[in-house]
Ligand binder design. Structure first.
Ligand code: NAD
Length: 415
């Protein structure tokens, strides 16, 4: 028997509104019934597109509405964990934007609340659903790379123009005092880079994150931007106003199985934005994402792709198999050439529909998996343990930086 659609409310009308197309495409599974935003302009925009919605200006009042089954929290990052906890306690399933929590205490409280209520909690890490990240996950699951030894991910996106409002005040992203870890001396936004990589490595399934260290670069580019856009004499045009921040962070994580993950986060350095920065190395091959939007991702698989490795043929007299040299030097292949065997089944069957919904297809699959988990009573693919494990890199990185790079133990949230 078909399930009735999950009745959803969205809190946070900016990012939340970008899910409109995906909700329309998933009409049989999800019905948007309410929205919540304290900003009148955000509510008015929703209502002009969809007058039948109930609009709330207060999150907790919205939670009293018995028609709502689930809440998508797309509010400023420092609010996510506490709003998720309140929604779960009010009996609502929760889909949370990234990152799930900004302190370790919040991570634990979130885990305990999900365990106590038994409701569905999923983190909306849409980068896990991009075509290439799901493609590589499918390859990793099938053993195409052999034993994976190293993986990397980066989120490099100049977001300095999101720090200051037109009137010169700081936005939540620009305000460290509002608990916004994105501006902190640490890795303030790790899940876009870590999420896909953690899935490739089976983190929280067959492997576990053990310890992590982070180093940050000095704060240099933020005040240059501030000086560029603020009137002379404005306190935030002074370098001292940004000195407790960092332009960029480099994080290393070791796993229980002896793998290493490298993450980079940079939200302040000027350069064009491209969404994907990933790499993976296994004992049978490697993956390298494209450097910019006009390139394709690359892959090389031992025995499948052209050439052999190692291939230092100019060194003569080395121990090598007899026909080794005749096979030739290894050459990267475009990832999509392996579509027939490794395209993820979800992208094979629904890729076009997902892409039409926007944002690289990720929003469509996130919402679909959330609704399916609720309707079927099955665990969501990115559950609370994944959400807090990936998000915990933020508070742990801040601690590591404060301790001059000392590695921090990563809690085992699954206990
Ligand atoms: N996954 C992604 O690719 C992606 C992309 C963009 C943003 N995000 C995340 O989405 C969240 C929102 O980002 P944004 O760009 O929309 O921020 P934004 O500042 O542009 O918008 C935030 C909205 O939330 C509203 N809001 C503030 N407090 C609220 C409350 N208590 N209840 C309900 N609404 C409230 C604000 O009025 C505003 O309309 C952030 O956590 C961000 O990290 C994720």
């Amino acid at each position: 028997m078909p399930h009735s659609p999950v009745r959803l409310a969205i809190a946070g009308g900016h990012r939340g509104a970008s899910f409109g197309n995906a909700i329309n495409a998933l009409g049989e599974k999800i019905e948007l019934v309410a929205i919540c935003d304290p900003a009148e302009t955000a509510r008015a925009k929703w209502l002009s597109a969809n007058p039948s919605l109930t609009a709330y200006d207060d999150f907790d009042r919205m939670l009293d509405d018995p028609r709502i089954d689930a809440v998508f929290i797309a509010t400023p990052m420092p609010l996510h964990a506490q709003q998720a906890i309140r929604a779960l306690k009010a009996g609502k399933h929760v889909l949370s934007e990234v990152i799930a929590a900004v302190t370790l205490e919040e991570c634990w409280e979130l885990v305990e609340t999900v365990e106590k209520t038994g409701l569905t909690y999923m983190m909306a890490e849409n980068y896990c659903y991009r075509r290439e990240t799901m493609f590589v996950r499918n390859m990793a699951d099938q053993g195409a790379f052999g034993d994976i030894t190293f993986a990397e991910g980066a989120y490099i996106h100049d977001c300095r123009d999101l720090n200051l409002n037109a009137d010169g005040t700081r936005t939540w992203r620009g305000n460290l005092r509002a608990g916004n870890s994105q501006l902190s001396r640490g890795n303030g936004y790790p899940t876009h880079s870590l999420g896909p990589v953690a899935q490739w490595l089976g983190i929280n399934r067959t492997d576990r994150l053990l310890r992590t260290t982070t180093f940050v670069k000095k704060s240099a580019a933020r005040h240059e931007w501030a000086r560029h856009v603020l009137p002379e004499g404005h306190p935030d045009a002074d370098p001292a106003a940004w000195e407790n921040s960092a332009d960029s962070a480099s994080t290393i994580i070791q796993t229980e199985q002896g793998r290493v993950i490298s993450l980079r986060f940079d939200s302040a350095s000027p350069r064009p934005h491209n969404m994907v920065h990933y790499g993976l190395q296994g004992t049978k091959g490697a993956f390298m994402s494209r450097r910019h939007d006009d390139e394709d991702p690359l892959v090389w698989l031992d025995g499948v792709s052209p050439g052999v490795s190692p291939a230092n043929f100019r060194h003569k007299g080395m121990a090598r198999p007899a026909n080794h040299e005749s096979i030739g030097y290894p050459r990267w292949q475009v990832l999509w050439e392996m579509s027939e065997k490794y395209e993820h089944p979800a992208w094979k069957s629904q890729g076009d529909e997902a892409v039409r919904s926007g944002h690289g297809g990720g929003d469509f699959f996130v919402l679909q998996d959330f609704a399916t988990a609720i309707s079927n009573g099955t665990p969501p693919p990115i559950d609370v343990y994944d959400a807090v494990t990936w998000s915990s890199i933020t508070p742990l990185s801040i601690q590591s930086v404060a301790a001059h790079g000392v590695p921090m133990d990563i809690p085992n949230f699954k206990r």
